[in-house]
Design a protein around this ligand. Structure first.
Ligand code: NDP
Length: 491
């Protein structure tokens, strides 16, 4: 098994602890690589290196040169997309087809934000005070801590690194303990692209041992986090002590709403894709299907018919449609939620337990599961399962659909299926979610802001909004009149 090293200050180093831990392949449930167990001394070294790069070489580069490095990195990722996607698929069990798609798309973030690097402009303010010239500068924050979840390791990191670096910050990145291996391969590409040492540092390990000292380090200026809302809340509290800005991309309980005027074949595919793609392990999973009562029975039958065709198996096989769950704790959590849903009276129409098919090997597979007769007050309708478990809830009209959809602490995304433009506009205005898809689902782009309302998060990733998360505004005042005013009166 390969024993990996961490990237700190441009060098590949062993962890200060001298410890490594095994990372498991979710399909075989067997260890396949060794991850350095980072701790506070590694975090301290990485933050110092990032701070030194921020005040030194990185700052001396023009914004155009920074942008060129980001674009070069994009080219390198494009040329390595196949290798990187195989690593991700082996480490987190997501389908090779999905990971290949992500890796082929990731370069676009580096091209887009690379292009944006030298278009960050301040303003000249026509200030109301005679004899004074006033302008603004948009400046980086300093060292950014990026802490990411396991479900789309490189994509989630890219959403932070591309805008943070384009804005002129340096980064210390802590990937998830469950999916660190692709980070090492990614780190090599930063080196190959020619980023100065210390601009990007990678410290692996566990949340309390790496994530906490990183969040609380006095030289870390900002935390960009993707993960569960409980961890996000804890990080927010730690950041508050240091008065640090945060971007938090957290969980969801998104509603996929199907009206009786929808193109039903498309809606059925949209609901299946919303919950069973990526084995339901996406923050934007459409885990609640809200179905208009006139089509309820027909829709459920069509949904079951399509969902039953899902092919489970080896995520590295391009024909597989539903892979394993990434971690054993997550597998147990999903099975717990299935049990709770049954106890609370939801009716299990499909799946409802571990998948014991021969093609599933020794992996952590859960049968794609569909519950009907789900009441909005049940736990399965309110809590994020993060697995292939769908709750179906009927509704009578638009008002009821909105009431059910918005009756959640989360607000990450929502889907609406209708042919009515009036309905599409009404719903997209009144749904409390950072993203609303109409007649489509699970679409993201480097150009369009992504983030949560309510407990799903703070701040936006992607698009022009994202770069603002990594900048601060300075107002510069220059006296051009040359006559010193009364020193005892505010000018
Ligand atoms: P977690 O919140 O468990 O972990 C996320 C990251 O935070 C990991 O790197 C983890 O480390 C780290 N961490 C854990 N504890 C601490 C701590 N005390 N201090 C600092 N860092 C800590 O989330 P999961 O990895 O389980 O990911 C699943 C969650 O992510 C789901 O809720 C999902 O909805 C959300 N998510 C949100 C997205 C969005 O864009 N809104 C996208 C994708 C996922 P460790 O390595 O030890 O786990």
């Amino acid at each position: 098994m390969k024993k990996h090293q961490m990237l700190i200050g441009g060098k590949w180093v062993d962890p200060a602890s001298g410890d490594w831990f095994e990372t498991l392949n979710p399909f075989t449930a067997k260890p396949w690589a060794l991850v350095p167990r980072g701790s506070k001394p590694d975090v301290d070294r990485a933050v110092e290196a990032a701070d030194c790069a921020y005040r030194g070489e990185w700052r001396k580069l023009t914004a155009t040169a920074r942008g060129a490095l980001l674009r070069k990195l994009g080219d390198l990722i494009a040329s390595e997309a196949q290798r990187l996607s195989e690593i991700e698929s082996t480490d987190n069990g997501k389908l090779i087809a999905e990971m290949r798609g992500q890796l082929n798309y990731i370069p676009q973030w580096f091209y887009y934000f690379g292009g944006l690097a030298d278009k960050i402009e301040g303003r000249v303010i026509p200030i109301d005070k005679p004899g004074v010239f006033n302008f603004t500068r948009e400046e980086p924050l300093g060292v950014v801590a990026a802490i990411t979840a396991w479900n789309s390791p490189l994509l989630l990191a890219t959403w932070k690194l591309a805008p943070a670096l384009a804005a002129g910050n340096t980064v210390v990145w802590k990937p998830s303990e469950y999916s660190s291996i692709s980070a090492f391969a990614f780190g090599e590409l930063f080196e190959k692209a020619g980023f100065p040492p210390g601009v990007v540092n990678i410290v692996t390990g566990f949340g309390p041992e790496v994530g906490e000292p990183l969040t609380t380090h006095p030289k870390v200026a900002k935390i960009a986090f993707t993960g569960g809302d409980k961890t996000g809340e804890h990080i927010y509290q730690m950041a508050a002590k240091g008065i640090k800005p945060v971007t938090l991309e957290l969980g969801g309980k998104s509603a996929n709403i199907v009206f009786d005027d929808a193109e039903l074949d498309d809606a059925v595919k949209g609901v299946v894709s919303g919950i069973f793609a990526a084995t339901g392990q996406t923050c934007i999973a459409g885990s609640r299907a809200l179905i208009h009562r006139p089509i309820y029975a027909e829709f459920v039958e069509r949904l079951l018919a399509l969902a039953k065709t899902a092919r489970m198996g080896d995520p590295l096989d391009p024909g597989t449609q539903v892979g394993p769950v990434t971690t054993q704790p997550q597998y147990n959590k999903i099975l717990d939620y299935i049990r709770i849903a049954k106890e609370e009276g939801a009716v299990c129409r499909m799946g409802g337990g571990p998948a014991k098919r021969p093609e599933c090997g020794a992996g952590w597979f859960v049968e794609p599961t569909i519950f009907t007769d789900v009441k909005p007050e049940m736990r399965i309708a309110n809590e994020e399962v993060f697995g292939p478990v769908l709750s179906i809830i009927p509704f009578d009209d638009e008002e009821e659909a909105l009431r059910i959809a918005n009756n959640t602490v989360y607000g990450l995304a929502a889907g609406v299926w209708t042919k009515s433009i009036r309905r599409a506009l009404l719903m997209s205005e009144r749904l409390e979610a950072g993203t609303v898809w109409v007649n489509t689902y699970r679409a993201v782009s480097y150009m369009s802001p992504f983030g949560g309302y309510k407990r799903s998060g703070i701040g936006r990733e992607s698009g022009l909004d994202a770069i603002r998360e990594y900048l601060q505004t300075k107002s510069v005042w220059i006296d051009i009149a040359g006559n010193a005013p009364n020193p005892f009166v505010m000018r």
